[in-house]
Ligand binder design. Structure first.
Ligand code: IPM
Ligand code: MN
Length: 355
């Protein structure tokens, strides 16, 4: 008997469809060996649909996502749509709608992959960022007074609830324990955000009492940026708020070899999660068969793990590593392989693992 999972694909814009195609290719050609069957359905949210119909996320879309076990997203972002509309109306909307309260972003340097950090190797760059994904500066609290005049005032408040911080920090500790990691660093700015991040700090040390085996550490966000470059080996799990998590994970993506390899998951442990390559829609590479699909295949591996299929997820990751070693570079157009050849290579290694 095989297990079945319903997956909604949201290929989105630009190179999104090409990378999602490769991830689907990998899953379709390997799942049988793990006694798993994926039922894929497609969703056409994105810039083109918005330009043609004015639609962002509709009730019908929500229904479709609700009926799936997980969502695999390619990229959202269209050169003809004003920045912010699709990000707010699709990506952030879905994260909120499905209460995907964790944004999980591993920063792992695979063997053979080049990092811009001198003298750092895979043993040094291997940590995970747990980013709060529902509030902080992303909560949408704020407004204008005297809009459009020289007296204008704009506010954008950071919302920090005990509830959201607690569940995020609790998740980070559980993640640390279950993934055999040893240490958590709280990344905040308690010296300036003396209310909001004081609350974070109090909750952090409070939750830590239930996990005496896990080492705790604290870093101000600016110092964390410095150490991520200078001493990335100090980090194991970092837990942080939404805005800081956004910023430090772009830095993280660079030290692990670039957007071609960086994957993440918007996770609701009790609901529908959505997995995505961190990079954008890369319009200039669209339909050229040159974009690197490994980040999206990595996102698919994270999805498979979240669905409870750990061995399968690990094997996909091994095949990604084998393939990454063969590439000249992880950057679009410089890989020495086409997008579809990279997907083929991952499939080939997975089949070898199982021979
Ligand atoms: C990310 C992106 C989004 C974010 C944007 C596109 C709204 O940068 O997933 O990190 O800020 O969360
Ligand atoms: Mn970002």
């Amino acid at each position: 008997m095989s297990k079945e999972f319903n997956i909604t694909l949201l290929p989105g814009d630009g190179t999104g469809p090409e990378v999602v195609n490769e991830a689907v290719k990998v899953l379709e050609n390997t799942s049988e060996q793990y006694k798993i069957k994926f039922n894929f359905t497609n969703n056409d949210l994105g810039g083109d649909r918005y330009l043609n119909t004015g639609e962002l996320v509709t009730e019908k879309d929500i229904e479709q996502f609700k009926n799936s076990d997980a969502v695999l997203l390619g990229a959202i972002g269209h050169p003809d749509v004003k920045p912010g509309i699709l990000e707010q109306g699709i990506l952030l909307k879905l994260r909120k709608e499905f209460d995907q309260y964790i944004n999980l972003r591993p920063v792992v340097l695979y063997p053979g992959v080049e990092t811009p950090l001198a003298n750092k190797s895979p043993e040094d760059i291997n940590f995970v960022v747990v980013r709060e994904n529902t509030e902080g500066l992303y909560a949408g609290a704020g407004g204008y007074i005297h809009f459009g005049t020289e007296n204008e005032i704009a506010t954008q408040e950071s919302i920090n609830s005990y509830y959201a911080i607690h569940r995020c920090i609790k998740y980070a500790f559980e993640y640390t324990k279950n993934n055999n990691r040893k240490k958590i660093t709280l990344c905040a700015k308690t010296n300036v955000l003396t209310y909001a991040h004081d609350l974070w700090e109090r909750i952090f040390y409070d939750v830590a009492k239930d996990y005496p085996e896990i080492e705790t550490d604290y870093g101000h966000v600016d110092a964390v940026c410095m150490w991520m470059v200078k001493n990335p080996e100090w980090f194991d799990v970092i837990v942080t708020d939404n805005m800081f998590g956004d910023i430090i994970t772009d830095l993280g993506a660079m030290i692990q070899g670039g957007m071609g390899i960086a994957a993440g998951g918007n996770i609701n442990p009790e609901g529908v999660s959505m997995f995505e390559p961190i990079g954008g829609s890369a319009p200039k590479y669209t339909n050229k068969n040159v974009i690197n699909p490994l980040a999206c295949i990595g996102a698919a591996a994270m999805m498979v793990k979240q669905l409870g299929e750990e061995n399968y997820a690990e094997d996909i990751e091994k095949a990604i590593i084998e393939t990454a070693i063969k590439l000249d570079s992880l950057s679009a157009g410089k890989m020495g392989m086409s997008t579809s050849e990279v997907g083929d290579s991952v499939v080939k290694y997975m089949q070898q693992v199982n021979d």
